[in-house]
Design a protein around this ligand. Structure first.
Ligand code: MLT
Length: 244
């Protein structure tokens, strides 16, 4: 792969682009774009709660910065947006890195949970979110042995804007099933997943790697759903090897 390609880093929910700090360091020397999605990192919320709108915002950033083609890296919600981005502008993507994400849509129970959580965030703010989400976002190893990661993720979640969080929940609830897209993805795809990821487990990652024409799966040891933060050394090594 062309090692000079710009890299676009798409963040997870309900975090923001600062989650990519360990990767920025590892990718120093490259052009990196790590946008905050609408409603996150101080960005105004999107008009419609729609992941296609998130993807269009990323495309505008590429246009504004004169980036023709890039490697798009998306983790979890960032992966959902990467699928929408591929659907929207496949010619702008040289390769995909899909981490701790899945191609399928929410099932009815998942949709109902998003609706309840969006209503609660609008009613109460985000104060309750870290305790609710941390056990699923972080793997056993990080929760037991990486207090600095736990507190950094807690702070990131607590800084999220309630309306941005609510709209992102609704956008994820309404996202289409990207499974039919997999066979049409005509670029190389690296699939990464934390071995302790329970939200989008290794079996989901395997489905993506098997479904695309040119897929490779790497399991990140001692990491859960936020594998880039929980085991940055292994995540960065897999990324660097793929890009290099
Ligand atoms: C994420 O990490 O972006 C979210 O857990 C994704 C989701 O809730 O489906």
């Amino acid at each position: 792969m062309n090692s000079g390609l710009p890299v676009i880093l798409l963040h997870a929910f309900p975090l923001n682009s600062s989650m990519w700090a360990p990767q920025r360091e590892a990718l120093a020397g490259r052009t990196i774009l790590a946008p905050d999605f609408p409603g996150f990192g101080g960005q105004p919320s999107a008009g419609a709660a729609d992941l296609d709108e998130f993807a269009r915002a990323v495309l505008r950033r590429l246009d504004d910065t004169g980036i023709e083609r890039a490697v798009v890296v998306g983790l979890s919600m960032g992966g959902y947006v990467a699928f929408r981005f591929y659907d929207l502008a496949p010619d702008r993507i040289a390769a995909l890195v899909l981490a701790d994400t899945k191609a399928g849509a929410d099932d009815p129970a998942g949709k109902a949970k998003r609706t309840d959580q969006a209503a609660r965030v609008r009613r109460e703010g985000v104060g309750w979110l870290p305790d609710t989400m941390l056990p699923a976002l972080l793997g056993e190893t990080a929760r037991q042995t990486r207090p600095e990661v736990v507190s950094a993720v807690r702070k990131l979640i607590a800084s999220a804007h309630p309306e941005g969080v609510a709209r992102a929940l609704e956008a994820m609830r309404e996202r289409p099933d990207s499974t039919p897209l997999l066979a049409d993805i005509a670029v190389p795809v690296l699939v990464l997943v934390g071995e302790e990821d329970t939200l989008t487990p290794p079996a989901e990652a395997q489905k993506i790697a098997d479904g695309v024409p040119d897929g490779r799966l790497v399991v990140i040891p001692a990491a859960g759903h936020l594998s880039n933060l929980e085991n940055p050394a292994a995540f960065n090594a897999a990324l660097a090897e793929y890009l290099g």
